[in-house]
Design a protein around this ligand. Structure first.
Ligand code: PEP
Ligand code: MG
Length: 599
């Protein structure tokens, strides 16, 4: 059994390995109901001989260890990350935490409970802060408290004993540093936010990570992994696109485009440096063996992903998913903060195109500062451009920030509306763009205005849409979800979530034809564009640009260079007539093997 769980990208890159479930000490204790059991589950067993340290001794010791971890990072040239642990060292000996814990102990609480309760009280106050960065630090307090608890109980942090994908509800930032180097191939969290320290550390250490993977632990449990010792589930994490795939060992049937069991194992033994896409071979622009150009663009989840995009030779940014700037916060980022992010991406790309998608919030990407009520079917609810009707300020402010950033860099950006379903949606988007530009940069050239085609209605209306926009971008992930009525987050429906389904390809073809009829560019930016089979079929269907996570660019470039455009067109025609997805994949594989055996 395999399944994909959607998540929020937190640290770019892809890696695979045995899933190792991190169970926090407190949870393990609650499950077992006994302190000794908890200690064993948490790591080493508690010492029965040495007297337990007092709360003050334990906080001093925790502070000392954190300072040492920070010093180690600093010595390794990681000053920024060292600061995170330095700050934790300060929290550990913070007089208000120590005093609050001691007061609780004096009132009769056991030392461990006293520390946890004191930390929880302080964390709750911090979490309510209006400043999102301050609020995100609540987890640091809880992290420090668990470290103090371990000192009191004489236990150690549980760590994987072989290179693993660390799966957890949430992970203390210090754990990422403390788990021995090389043992963390990737991190996948059910909760957490991209701005949490664990995400920052993972990015700094080059460890792919995803957060907010709703349903991850349940999916893992359904495959049989109950605690950190099991290794019967393989996890494949894409920290750029934002998903995790789980597969039972021996299953061998990884979802399309991802390594099957054996491939995952070889990735593990090669270590995290070898991403699933393999090393990027070859350089230069995307083109077929007979010179047909298919520019290869990068999908970014964060401005920081630019480095990987440039390294991979991206010919532009085909999709900057801006949700990362908005998620995990109690208030929307200011226009200044946003403009700085957009400026950094636009400046890094110079005269290459950069497509900035306005925030696709709502649905499974909800934030507390929007007015929408909770919905029974969030995937079909108020998300993407639909938000602009109730919370017009959100996208207006974002577009103003993009206008300012583009003006400062001196480039013309491409702006993109997600979840377009009707002509009204694009008219609304154009009107928002006009208002934002008039306000922020009066007289400046308008951006190139595009619509995502990811709702089947948009594909069916593509001929009318095409005459109202400057370009179209096909989002094969959602297009597949909505065409097949198969929720992207439901692991059991993974076979239906393969975008090479002929039904989806027919929608792609309609969109390409509509764009071609009025001469506007049509690109694709879903996961399919970064899969070799998918890239070939999309190019054969006439999709003009392919945008993918940077790690996929090398392999897509290579496979494109092995085929000729007439063969791709024949493949696409056959795919459109194919009865099912498996047939399409078979046709693509056949073309690749025939082409690669050609002299
Ligand atoms: C898509 O739906 O294909 C897409 C690119 O958007 P996202 O994955 O961010 O929903
Ligand atoms: Mg989408």
């Amino acid at each position: 059994m395999t399944g994909r769980v959607l998540a929020i990208p937190a640290a770019p890159g892809r890696a695979a390995g045995p899933a190792w479930l991190h169970v926090p000490a407190a949870a393990a204790g609650q499950a077992s109901g006994a302190s000794a059991d908890r200690a064993t589950a948490a790591g080493t067993a508690p010492s029965t001989r040495a007297p337990r340290p007092t709360i003050r001794e334990a906080t001093d010791e925790a502070g000392h260890v954190l300072s040492e971890l920070a010093a180690g990072l600093r010595a390794a040239g990681r000053a920024d990350e060292a600061e995170i642990l330095d700050a934790q060292a300060v929290i550990a000996v913070d007089p208000s935490l120590v005093a609050a814990a001691e007061r609780r102990e004096a009132a009769g609480a056991a030392p461990v409970e006293a520390v946890r309760e004191a930390a929880a009280g302080i964390a709750a106050r911090i979490a309510a802060s209006a400043n999102p960065r301050t609020a995100a630090r609540a987890s640091d307090i809880l992290d420090v408290a668990e470290r103090v608890v371990r000192v009191i109980e004489g236990t150690t942090l549980p760590v994987p004993t072989r290179p693993s994908v660390v799966v957890a509800r949430d992970l203390p930032p210090s754990a990422v540093v403390e788990i021995p180097a090389g043992m963390v191939l990737a991190v996948a969290l059910e909760e957490g936010s991209p701005t949490a320290h664990v995400a920052i550390l993972a990015r700094a250490l080059g460890i792919p990570a995803v957060v907010a993977a709703a349903g991850l632990l349940e999916a893992l449990a359904s495959l049989g992994t109950a605690d950190g010792t099991d290794a019967d589930v393989l996890a494949y994490v894409d920290g750029s696109a934002g998903w995790v795939t789980l597969a039972a060992v021996g299953d061998g049937a990884a979802p399309a485009g991802e390594p099957a069991g054996a491939a995952v194992h070889s990735t593990i033994s090669a270590g995290p440096a070898v991403a699933a896409g393999g090393p990027a071979a070859g350089v230069g622009p995307g083109m077929t063996a007979d010179g047909h150009r298919v520019p290869l663009l990068a999908n970014l989840g964060w401005p920081d992903d630019m480095a990987a995009a440039l390294d991979a030779g991206a010919e532009g940014v085909g999709l900057f998913r801006t949700e990362s700037l908005f998620l995990g916060r109690t208030a929307s980022p200011s226009e200044e903060v946003q403009a700085a992010a957009y400026r950094s991406v636009l400046a890094a790309m110079g005269d290459r195109p950069v497509v900035i998608r306005i925030a696709d919030l709502g649905g499974d990407r909800s934030v507390p500062y929007l007015s929408g009520a909770s919905e029974a079917n969030p995937g079909l609810g108020v998300r993407g451009i639909r938000l602009a009707r109730g919370d017009r300020w959100l996208h207006l402010a974002q577009l103003r920030a993009i206008a300012r950033a583009a003006d400062a860099v001196g480039v013309r950006p491409w702006v993109l509306a997600p979840m377009v379903a009707t002509l009204d949606d694009v008219d609304l988007f154009r009107e928002l763009c006009a208002a934002a530009w008039a306000d922020a940069t009066p007289g400046a050239e308008m951006p190139l205005v595009g619509a995502m085609v990811e709702v089947p209605a948009a594909a069916l209306m593509a001929d009318a849409l095409a005459s109202r926009v400057d370009y179209l971008s096909i989002g094969t992930n959602d297009l597949t979800q909505y065409a097949l009525a198969a929720d992207r987050g439901v692991a059991a429906l993974a076979p239906l979530q393969d975008a090479l389904n002929p039904a989806v390809l027919r929608l792609v073809r309609m969109t390409v034809e509509a764009g071609g009829a009025v001469g506007i560019p049509v690109g694709a930016c879903g996961v399919l564009a970064g899969e070799p089979d998918g890239a070939l079929v999309l190019a054969g269907l006439g999709v003009g640009t392919l945008s993918m996570e940077p790690a996929s660019i090398g392999r897509v470039r290579d496979v494109l260079r092995s085929v000729r455009i007439p063969d791709l067109e024949a493949l696409a025609e056959a795919a459109l007539r194919a009865p099912d997805t498996a047939t399409v994949r078979g046709l693509a594989a056949e073309l690749v093997s025939v082409s690669s055996s050609r002299p």
